[in-house]
Design a protein around this ligand. Structure first.
Ligand SMILES: Cc1ncc(COP(=O)(O)O)c(C=O)c1O
Length: 371
């Protein structure tokens, strides 16, 4: 048996008729940019996230960049964030001339550790950006308490946590603005690039709608700076609207697979993902930790199970971002970069594939323990 880490085609074929119809409808409509499909999807996704406003953009990195601009972040301003992601948030910060200030993550949740924020705040701090990594929300109540005390806005990076909740609140509804990616592997994934920003603030909504079209207030009339061309396109929006209807079901499947892995791998000495009380994780990724990571990955691959590392190099160790490395480093982030690896977890995996993954992990663990 060969188990892929992901398989975009399976999801397409499951929804083929509806997706094909959605695309054909756009092609036949002749409305290709910011038309009814984007408008409809924005309304549906805002309702899903339980916020009044959603602005579709070209991808998740642009969503972060424009979200920061909407919060007034610019050249020389500092943004507090984490270093255990695949770098898009940092790229967005640096693209607008701002400075990423990295803080460590909590060893259990692997998300921004609120205990590290206070000492990172300076007079130049203009935003705090937690990332809801792997499908689990960061500790927003603690982060917001510190941020509100200092009058600093919070931007949520929700690229990996569509539909997650914390004490009932949806991911993307708690910060001043929130950025989503619809990259194909995401829990809600397009067939290409896509992104969105959600906000509860009508002023941010109005500004972001200008920022995504060059800064135009109306056609050929520019009133705001730092505008871009970054629009969610009609074809992607039409397909996302179809997939959104199945998001809760596909999330439930991810959660079920994750619970099964946790149950089957509980006694192997692997550090498993933890969902603290009050959190509803959506398991974008199923990430475990082991000091024997490389052996696990090699032997799993030999047995037919694909794995991946999210992420192999912390952002402050990346060649171009080393200049932002904090004094003393980031102990938890750095340790996890050496030990984390991800097992396949996507909704279209069959039960027998999921059982095969768990059994193979168990067999490999036995060979490692026997060493
Ligand atoms: C945590 C995180 N933030 C931001 C992004 C950027 O999204 P995109 O690839 O759509 O630009 C991604 C996905 O790649 C991500 O995983």
């Amino acid at each position: 048996m060969h188990i892929p880490f992901g398989d975009f085609k399976r999801q397409y074929f499951e929804l083929q008729r509806e997706l094909d119809d959605a695309v054909l409808q756009v092609m036949r409509s002749g409305a290709y940019i910011l038309g009814p499909a984007v408008k409809g999807f924005e309304a549906d996704f805002a309702a899903y996230c339980e916020v009044p406003h959603c602005i579709g953009v070209g991808n998740g990195t642009d969503a972060i960049q424009l979200g920061l601009v909407a919060l007034g972040v610019g050249v020389g301003d500092e943004v507090i964030t984490v270093a255990n992601t695949g770098v898009p948030g940092t790229a967005a910060i640096v693209a607008i001339g701002a400075i990423p200030v990295f803080v460590d993550v909590d060893p259990v949740t692997r998300n921004m550790d609120p205990r590290c924020i206070e000492q990172a705040i300076t007079p130049r701090t203009k935003a705090i950006m937690p990332v809801h990594l792997y499908g689990l929300m960061a500790d927003m109540p603690a982060i917001l308490a510190i941020a509100n005390h200092h009058g600093i806005p919070v931007i949520e990076d929700v690229a990996q946590a569509h539909g997650a909740r914390l004490h009932g609140a949806r991911a993307g509804s708690m910060g001043a603005v929130a950025a989503f990616s619809f990259y194909p592997s995401k829990n809600l994934g397009a067939i290409g690039d896509g992104g969105a920003i959600t906000t509860t603030d009508a002023g941010h909504d109005e500004l972001l709608r200008k920022l995504r079209v060059y800064g135009w207030e109306r056609k050929y009339y520019s009133t705001v700076d730092a505008g871009m061309n970054t629009r969610l396109d009609e074809v992607q929006a039409a397909m996302l609207a179809v997939k959104l209807r199945y998001l809760d079901a596909s999330t439930a499947r991810r959660v079920k697979i994750a619970s099964y892995y946790c149950e089957q791998c509980a006694d192997l000495g692997l550090i498993l993902p933890t969902t603290p009380a009050g959190y509803e994780a959506v398991y974008h990724l199923f990430v475990v930790e082991s000091a024997h990571r490389d052996t696990y990955m090699t032997r799993l691959k030999a047995a037919g199970v694909s794995t991946d590392i999210h992420y192999p190099m912390a952002t402050h160790h990346q060649p171009i971002y080393k200049r932002y490395a904090p004094n003393g480093g980031l102990a938890v982030t750095e340790r996890q970069a050496q030990t984390v690896f991800s097992l396949p977890n996507f909704p279209e995996l069959t039960d027998s594939e999921v059982e095969f993954v768990a059994q193979t992990v168990r067999s490999v663990a036995a060979t490692i323990e026997a060493k």
